[in-house]
Design a protein around this ligand. Structure first.
Ligand SMILES: Nc1nc2c(ncn2[C@@H]2O[C@H](COP(=O)(O)OP(=O)(O)OP(=O)(O)O)[C@@H](O)[C@H]2O)c(=O)[nH]1
Ligand SMILES: [Mg+2]
Length: 539
């Protein structure tokens, strides 16, 4: 036999597998169409045969990634959902995130686990506040962004005006790969931009009933396109040249450096532009690279197995009440059943049950590689930000928790339910659904919940009821902000009016203040007290 070549050794295989992975998050302000696009991508990858197939009863109202009862009822995503599929030679790991700012902590955790982001912009609304904030997070973390201008099937703004808004408001240079033929509301197809902005091809879309299946495409040369579409084609071609004149052509290095963003115009609902997005992800989005550990040492994908947990979730549906920890593999080859070490406790963890999850569907995973998102069943000790590894110890930086701004006490309505209530609180706490604060004065029967946004409380009470059968009473507390303090400052702070001190379940000591004036007064009068800022949702 020949001596083993690079491709037959484990690290050679891992490097090859990593190279064909694309791991990204779909982000935006609420309602721009993330879940609809996620479903359209799954449809194109033939994971599902029809959009709305899984929750199809109520038409297009709920998509495969919106499985929670509350999500279906409101038509919004309250939690992120990971899916994996093969597309051509690539393995795509996609995470659909919730857009609502109340759940921004969940979205932020996802952004610590991906290599790229697809940022959606509603063609009629333009750049919205939450999209802007999420983009800042991407910039801060050095995550390259691909922009999708969605809902082009509906009346909206002019294509170049939307691009100007991106460059003016976030300083990101948009470099369209495709331009729409037809104004918003009259989406006929896409012009593919070639060298120096010259029109390379016309992709004409054919509508399908309700956008439920892949929209067939017809390709034309620029000459044929002009003959077919006339003025709308001419406009698109002119716009393309105009963009080149201002240097808005794709540049791979600038894209990876977070200075430019390739743009695609699309309609997630009609499945227009979705194949183009997939092909762009495959061609341009980065494959998994090294990740710095807490000491700043880079862990290369071909090194032995390591992973970060970015999300923990239980009660995903009535049939599976177990707790899943989602890890993103950073390096090495994962084999189901392997025993790994949990860096936070130093304990071994047996990975007997490993899954990919898609909406309500689950499939066992036997092997996985860098970039893959894998769910581990009943991983009780694992929490967001934790590290798993084999061989030499590695630990990745923790995920900071956000500064809470809403506070309420929670208790079971019936004293007889106390045991379930305690269990439920611990569960939701370890998932990071809310932060749980305690002090001696209030006791354990009515802990204080701290949230970035009040909708997190609704998730808690809804899940308490649905998963633990506990009816709860929520009472808002008159506090507006929190600071991290220490045991030395605790007693003095507790004596102050409008202040209450708590211990968070991770051990952090938090002082809550009735308002910012109270905080400012105390900082001025007692500068010796420790009062540190927590990470804000916009950092
Ligand atoms: N006309 C049109 N409607 C769309 C398109 N994409 C999404 N929608 C609709 O916009 C609404 C919101 O879509 P979702 O996919 O739930 O939006 P989202 O970004 O996931 O929202 P959150 O998860 O709450 O942040 C739904 O009613 C969709 O049917 C599109 O391309 N065209
Ligand atoms: Mg959604």
């Amino acid at each position: 036999m020949n001596s083993p070549s690079a491709s037959t050794t484990t690290s050679g295989r891992v490097a090859q597998e990593a190279e064909r992975r694309r791991t990204f998050a779909v982000i935006s302000h609420p309602d721009a169409g993330k879940s609809t696009l996620t479903e359209a991508l799954a449809l194109h990858a033939k994971m599902i045969s029809e959009a709305g197939a899984i929750h199809g009863k109520s038409g297009r109202k709920s998509t495969v990634s919106d499985w929670m009862e509350m999500e279906k009822a409101r038509g919004i995503s309250v939690s992120s959902t990971a899916l994996q599929f093969e597309y051509g030679d690539c393995v795509i790991n996609l995470v659909d995130t919730p857009g609502h700012s109340d759940f921004s902590e969940d979205t932020y955790r996802v952004l610590t686990a991906v290599d790229a982001a697809v940022m959606l912009i509603d063609a009629a609304k333009g750049l919205e506040p939450q999209t802007l904030k999420l983009f800042q997070v991407c910039r801060h973390r050095g995550i390259p962004v691909i922009t999708v201008i969605n809902k082009w099937d509906r009346p909206g703004r002019a294509p170049l005006e939307l691009l100007d808004e991106i460059s003016e408001r976030i300083g990101l240079i948009p470099t369209p790969l495709f331009l729409p033929v037809g104004i918003a509301g009259d989406f006929r197809g896409l012009l593919r931009r070639g060298e120096d902005g010259a029109a390379a091809e016309y992709i004409h879309f054919i509508r399908t009933a309700g956008g439920a299946t892949i929209a067939p495409e017809e390709m034309f040369t620029p000459e044929q396109a002009l003959e077919r579409e006339g003025e709308p084609w001419e406009t698109a071609a002119e716009e393309s040249e105009l963009l080149s004149a201002t240097g808005q052509d794709h540049d791979q290095e600038m894209f990876l450096a977070g200075q430019t963003s390739p743009v695609i115009y699309a309609s997630a609902m009609l499945n227009f532009g979705v194949r183009e997005l997939l092909d762009t992800l495959v061609a341009l989005a980065p494959a998994p690279g090294p990740r710095a550990d807490i000491a700043g040492t880079e862990r290369e994908p071909a090194e032995p197995f390591s992973a970060v947990v970015f999300k923990v979730q239980a009660g995903m549906d009535a049939a599976h009440r177990d707790r899943l920890a989602f890890m993103r593999i950073v390096s090495g080859e994962f084999e189901r059943g392997m025993v790994v070490t949990h860096a936070q406790t130093g304990r071994p963890f047996a990975t007997k049950y490993a899954l990919t999850v898609f909406g309500r569907e689950r499939a066992t995973v036997d092997t996985a590689y860098p970039g893959d998102v894998v769910g581990l069943v009943n991983a009780t000790a694992l929490g967001p930000g934790h590290t798993l590894y084999v061989d030499k110890k590695v630990e990745f930086p923790p995920i900071p928790s956000f500064a809470p701004e809403h506070f309420a006490t929670l208790r079971a309505r019936s004293a007889g339910k106390y045991k379930q209530f305690r269990k439920a609180i611990d569960q939701l706490d370890s998932e990071g659904v809310v932060q749980v604060l305690r002090n001696d004065l209030r006791g354990d029967a009515s802990p204080v919940l701290a949230a970035v946004g009040p909708m997190q409380f609704e998730v808690v009470t809804a899940r308490m009821q649905a998963e633990f059968n506990v009816e709860t009473q929520l009472d808002f507390l008159p506090y507006q902000l929190a600071r991290r303090t220490d045991s030395e400052s605790r007693a003095e702070l507790d004596r102050q009016r409008g202040v209450e001190v708590f211990t968070r379940s991770d051990g952090a000591i938090l002082a809550l203040f009735s308002d910012k004036w109270r905080l400012q007064y105390i900082q001025k009068e007692m500068p010796e007290l420790t009062l540190e800022l927590l990470v804000a949702a916009t950092d």
